[in-house]
Structures are given as C-alpha cells and as structure tokens.
Design a binder for this molecule. Structure first.
Ligand SMILES: [Zn+2]
Length: 445
C-alpha cells in the first residue's frame, strides 16, 4: 500500500519537476516562492527532542529525560544524550508519545451539514477542499496517519488529497484511502434521495449482485484505493436503511475480499447489526467498523479470525448533539438515539474477547479527544486506548515497521502533551507539539 502511495508521490514530483523546467526554459530556474517548488523536506542536520517523559507504547513504561534523535524523516537514536551539533527541541516538561493513527475518517464530508441531501450537492472539487482543511486540523491535533474510510463522492477526491499530501502540495497526515462507499440500492450509502419519478442514474458505488460488486471493487482498485469499503449493514445517517439489517450479501463481500486481497489491498466493512457483522467476518473482511450490535457469537468469530474492530464510540454519543442544527432528519435522529442502547454492551463484549481494536473517530478533527475519552469510559485502560491509536492502528494499516511507536528506524511521528495521559486520558486534548516524518508542524510556546 505504501509502495503504491510513494509511487504516486514520485510521479507527482516528477510532473512538478518537468513543469518547473518547462516553465522556466529558457529563462532562469523557478524562483524560491514559485508554486512549482518541490515538496518540503525535513531540515538537514540532526534534531534532538529532549523528552521529560517518553512513553513506550508497547509496555506503558515512561523513560525519563531521554533524547530522541531525528535525522531527516527517521528516528536514528534514543538515548541519554543528544549528538553534538543537533538542534535541540526541549520537551522536558511534557509527555512525548507517537503520533496518533486515526483509521476511520471521511475527509470529504461537510463539517456542518449532515442532511440526507448534502451528498447530492457537494462536488468532488468541494469535497477535496473540505478535506484539505480537515487534514490540516487533524495534524494539529496530533494525527500523523489517517485512513479515509470511504467517500460518498465517486470521483475519489480523497485520492487526490492523499497524493497531494504525499507530494508535499498539501500539509496533512499521511493517508491511506478506501474508495467508494459500496452499498446496495436503498442501502446505507445510496445517496439518491429523490422520489422515484425523479430518480438519478445508478451510481457506480451501488452493487446489487456479485458481478456489480466486482465491477465496483475493480473501479476502486483501478483508480487507486488502498482499502475497499463495504456496507454490510444499514446505518444512521441516511433516510432509508435499517441499522439492524444486513445489506450486502456474504457472497458479494467474499467476492470483494477475494479481489482486494489478490491485489494486495484490504477490506473494511461498516457493520452495526450482528447478522451483518457475522456475514462480513465470514466473508473475510479485515476490519469491522462500528460493530455497535456485536453479540457473543460475532465477537467469538472475530476473536477466532483476528478480525479488527474500529468501535467509533464518541460519534454515536456526541455526534448527534448538533442534531437538527446540522440538518439531520428526524428519522436519522431517532435511529441515532435508538442504536445507542446497544453500544456499551457490545463494546464490553469486544473487550471481554480481547478483540484487536484500532482507533477511529468517524467524524471530524474535534472528535479525536472525545474518542479517547469514550474508549476509556467504555472500559479500556488509557494505555490500551493509546495503543489502539498507535501500534494497533499501524498493524491494521500494514505500517507497523514504519510508524506507531517511537523506536529507532521508524518515521519520526512524534507528539507531546501536557499532563499524564496514562493517569487522565483527557491530556490527549492538549497536543502541544507535533512532528510528522521529521517535520515540526506544531510547537506551542
Ligand atoms: Zn464512517
């Protein structure tokens, strides 16, 4: 997956370099403030971060007064002194931990309008611009890697954003992306909310047979999806679907898994009701998103297969607060209130069965800190919640050799907070320092 993204990045850089040469010939080379400048690189020379407390996310132990040395994009040493000549960043009054990995984000969604018809009124261009704003906000909150969990716009604004971040045109967390939200007709991501006599042509994310599903998956793969996103059950933010009911068939989902895995990509399934969860797990998906009605049988199946769960708790708890202010229809608000009763028993089962859990907020940058709080309120230790958002997220995304922990050889994705997050997870609200792949992107005074 990373290889594919970096190939795209290289292609983008080449294109920019070629344009720069063409634009400047036969005159002088493009000047410094030209928009055609190459992507920003981390500064030359070593940086040493002095960490008052450095969290080892594998053990939950703090190391005190250690120096993390960074050269270019990577961590090159962790020890009791800084190399001579290194630029010092003093975080001796802070807790230093790995950058957050948020594996369930929809970058293109409108921040303030969650109405049923909004998806028919937002262009791919607007969606990409929504995303450019959001990814920067995620970065400032300490998210250095994110997975886009699929977009409603079928022209893939998220891929453009991912590739623009990789090439340095846009500042944001590194991204892996699902493609379209693949749904049955009338399902959770059928965005045609018009009356039957006004109906739109069938959208490419709608798949009612196994063959239609294969076509949708192949379209996603062709244009650059890292992940395939399937709607295994109904959901909340739509007018028609029943969150208890299974939507795509097990045969359809198995076909998606076969095609995606053959192409070296992974599959995530939105699943609330237990029948949808079970069908998706049997079909072999890699992660279940939400799992809000997980029961004993589905939890047992997930534990046996090692299927990941991304619980997205906070969005169900606080996401409806703005309610009609965000244009949510009464039907959606009723569903949102109704499903909440199932969430805590399901999450308790997930913990009891020791499922693999990764962190996802499913909503907006301001839901990152509430999601940490919700995971802990739901029964996770603060360390487990932080692990979900670091080493676990890295494993789910296949990036465990590159990020998710502050270790020699890994990318320098490093954040710092005031206060002790192992004692009070609320500390994750105050991210005071963010370094992404060796570049300092936030440093409060
Ligand atoms: Zn989602």
């Amino acid at each position: 997956m990373r290889l594919r993204a970096s190939r795209a990045a290289r292609a983008a850089v080449l294109t920019i370099a070629t344009l720069a040469v063409l634009a400047s010939a036969p005159m002088v080379a493009a000047h410094d403030d030209s928009p055609l400048k190459p992507p920003p690189a981390p500064p030359d020379g070593a940086i040493a971060i002095k960490a008052g407390r450095l969290l080892d996310v594998r053990t939950g132990q703090y190391r005190r007064d250690v120096y993390v040395t960074i050269e270019r994009q990577h961590i090159t040493a962790i020890g009791t002194s800084a190399p001579a000549g290194a630029r010092l960043i003093d975080l001796s009054d802070k807790v230093v931990l790995p950058g957050i990995i948020d594996v369930h984000v929809h970058v293109g969604d409108d921040l303030f309008d969650h109405s049923a018809s909004i998806r028919m009124r937002v262009s791919a261009a607007q969606s990409a611009l929504n995303g450019a704003y959001k990814v920067h906000q995620y970065l400032l909150r300490g998210v250095t890697t994110l997975r886009d969990a699929g977009e409603t716009n079928v022209y893939y604004p998220q891929f453009a954003l991912r590739d623009s971040i990789a090439s340095g045109l846009v500042e944001g967390p590194r991204m892996l992306c699902a493609g379209m939200l693949i749904s049955m007709s009338g399902g959770h991501s059928d965005d045609d909310t018009t009356a039957v006599d006004f109906g739109m042509p069938k959208r490419p994310n709608i798949a009612d047979t196994v063959d239609e599903l294969r076509i949708a998956v192949r379209r996603d793969l062709k244009y650059g999806a890292d992940w395939i996103k399937l709607m295994a059950s109904g959901g909340i933010v739509d007018l028609y679907s029943d969150f208890r009911a299974q939507e795509l068939s097990e045969e359809q989902m198995a076909a998606a898994v076969e095609l995606a895995h053959r192409a070296g990509r992974r599959v995530m399934a939105h699943a609330e009701g237990a029948t949808g969860i079970r069908a998706a797990v049997r079909a072999g998906v890699d992660s279940i998103e939400h799992g809000t009605m997980l029961d004993e049988e589905s939890a047992t199946m997930m534990a046996a297969k090692g299927t990941w769960l991304v619980p997205t708790l906070a969005t169900f708890q606080v996401g409806i607060e703005p309610g009609s202010g965000y244009g949510m229809d009464d039907k959606m608000l009723r569903k949102a209130r109704d499903i909440l009763q199932y969430q805590q028993p399901a999450f308790a089962l997930a913990l009891k069965h020791h499922l693999n859990i990764a962190f996802g907020d499913d909503d907006e940058p301001d839901r990152v800190a509430p999601e940490f709080a919700a995971l802990v309120k739901g029964g996770m230790t603060p360390l487990a919640a932080i692990q979900a958002a670091t080493i676990n997220g890295a494993r789910l995304l296949g990036l465990e050799t590159e990020t998710g922990a502050i270790e020699t050889g890994k990318l320098a994705d490093i954040i710092a907070v005031d206060g002790d997050p192992l004692a009070d997870i609320g500390a994750m609200k105050q991210v005071e320092f963010v370094m992404a792949a060796g570049r300092v992107v936030k440093q409060s005074q």
